[in-house]
Design a protein around this ligand. Structure first.
Ligand code: ADP
Length: 497
């Protein structure tokens, strides 16, 4: 058998196997290519996504930077605002408030020019000008004159206006940028609670910046603080003026009062001098009248009939009363003028009271009046002019005896009280009406009652008593209940205090 016949099927089979092998190989390659293609597609997709994300990151970064810039600007603005507020918050003079806004403040706020106007007597008057030439200010004033209605209405509306509103294509706003020489600006009303209103204008010629809402807010706050400062200054001015006028009135009144006091003192001095002079003049003839009456009564000029004797005794008694009266008057005048000094020495109060009770013994026994004396041991030693304090007790116990019904009681007590001795002379007499209590220590004052109508008196006793107690730096007062009795209380200095 030829080899070719034998080998053909063998070659065909081998090729088939190779072909099959190649086909299988091709199939495997194809599927690998497909897998790779799908991998490439996926990779491309993720690359696209990454690209998008990168773009987003860049965009966010730009935004963040912008926000950071705005924030920095706002912080600077707030810092400047805080500085201005601190200064204007402590200013109480209206004309100084606006002088506190300086170039530096404006720069910190991101602007370079500012002005402010207040409405005064039919025109807008400038109160602030920073960054403006004189001629520019004049042009602004002229503009305000012709457009006063627009500015007044803006102030009244309370709205803050900025160059951002220029988008509204408002002709007047466009004029503002021209007249106020500022491409970007914020204008806020000044609305104090009382008094003249106005507006605050701040601007810049730069265009590399923007007016943000933050800027508008900060300038509005600044304008409100300026208005508040105006209110404070005006209130202070008002209060200060009121205080000045009050002080002037007080000074005037004080001058009037001290003039009146001087006059009263002069009158009182003249009265005292007059009383002294008259009393002295009266005392001399009285002494001789009394002397002659005594000589006649003693029979030194011969026997006198009984009827004449009686009259002479009357003259004698009345002369004594008059002498006592004049002596009391003279003593009051002397104490008032400071000519009579109290000879203060240590004395036992019990002895003074006992002496006086003894002196008035006849009168007291006559009316069957008991006089219990209760002086605390620690209140006995007093530092007084004994003779003068005797006169005090003579007057007080004597009065009590006159105004207390038969068999009544006049008690005298003394105790320590707040560093001095408190003495009380208390009776069970007719009492003193409330309305008379505050007058009984005045000279010549007598209560209008039947006892007084029947008995003699001068109305000088209690006045003298008050003068003596006050000359001892003490106080005297009276309390009373009608038909139950009266209590006269006074203080005396303790020995060694
Ligand atoms: P006089 O006794 O001379 O009237 P005084 O100055 O001593 O003057 O007293 C003034 C008045 O005070 C008396 O007139 C009397 O009405 C009233 N008075 C003083 N002491 C008493 C008393 N113990 N009880 C009631 N009234 C009194």
């Amino acid at each position: 058998m030829p080899l070719s016949v034998l080998s053909l099927p063998a070659i065909g089979f081998g090729s088939l196997i190779i072909i099959i092998g190649l086909v299988l190989f091709a199939i495997m390659k194809l599927s690998k290519i497909r897998r790779l293609q799908s991998e490439i597609f996926k990779l491309r997709k993720s690359l696209d996504e990454m690209d998008e994300q990168a773009k987003l990151i860049v965009r966010t970064d730009i935004e963040l930077n912008k926000t950071q810039e705005e924030l920095d600007k706002k912080v600077d603005g707030l810092y400047a605002l805080q500085k201005i507020s601190r200064d204007i918050g402590t200013t109480l003079q209206e004309d100084l408030i606006f002088k506190l806004i300086t170039n530096e403040h404006l720069e910190e706020l991101g602007f370079e020019k500012a002005c402010a106007f207040l409405w005064r007597e039919h025109a807008f008057v400038p109160v602030l000008s920073v960054g403006y030439e004189h001629s520019e200010m004049e042009a602004i004033i002229a503009h305000l004159g012709t457009h006063r209605q627009y500015f007044s209405e803006t102030i009244e509306s309370g709205a803050t206006i900025s160059s951002n509103a220029l988008r509204q294509d408002h002709e007047l706003l466009k004029n503002i940028t021209k007249v106020f020489c500022a491409k970007l600006f914020v204008m806020a009303p000044l609305r104090p609670k009382e008094g003249n209103r106005g507006f605050f204008f701040i601007g810049t010629e730069r265009t590399d910046t923007l007016i943000t809402e933050g800027d508008e807010e900060i300038i509005t706050v600044l304008a409100n603080q300026l208005a508040q400062a105006l209110d404070n200054a005006r209130l202070f001015e008002k209060t200060w003026r009121a205080q000045q006028s009050l002080e002037r009135k007080v000074e005037e009144r004080t001058r009037e009062l001290s003039a009146a006091l001087k006059e009263v003192q002069a009158i009182s001095r003249r009265k005292t001098e007059f009383i002294s002079a008259v009393s002295h003049e009266l005392r001399t003839p009285l002494t001789s009248i009394k002397g002659y009456a005594s000589i006649l009564l003693a029979g030194k000029l011969g026997e006198i009939p009984e009827s004449v004797k009686e009259r002479l005794e009357k003259i004698n008694r009345h002369s004594d009363e008059l002498v006592n009266f004049i002596n009391d008057l003279l003593d009051i005048a002397r104490i008032e003028s400071g000519r009579m000094l109290m000879k203060q020495e240590p004395h036992a109060l019990r002895e003074i009271v006992a002496k006086v009770v003894d002196m008035l013994d006849v009168q007291l026994k006559d009316r069957q009046l008991s006089v219990p004396v209760a002086i605390d041991d620690n209140a006995n030693q007093v530092f007084v002019d004994a003779l003068q304090i005797e006169r005090v007790f003579i007057n007080l116990i004597g009065n009590a005896a006159r105004f207390t019904p038969v068999q009544g009681t006049i008690s005298v007590s003394a105790k320590r009280h707040e560093g001095s001795v408190l003495v009380e002379v208390c009776d069970t007499g007719c009492g003193i009406p409330e309305r008379d209590l505050e007058n009984i220590f005045e000279e010549f004052y007598r209560v209008d009652n039947t006892i007084n109508q029947e008995t003699k008196g001068t109305g000088l006793g209690l006045s003298l008593v008050k003068h003596i107690i006050e000359a001892h730096r003490g106080k005297i007062w009276a309390t009373s209940a009608l038909r139950q009795g009266s209590t006269f209380s006074f203080t005396l200095p303790l020995q060694g205090v």
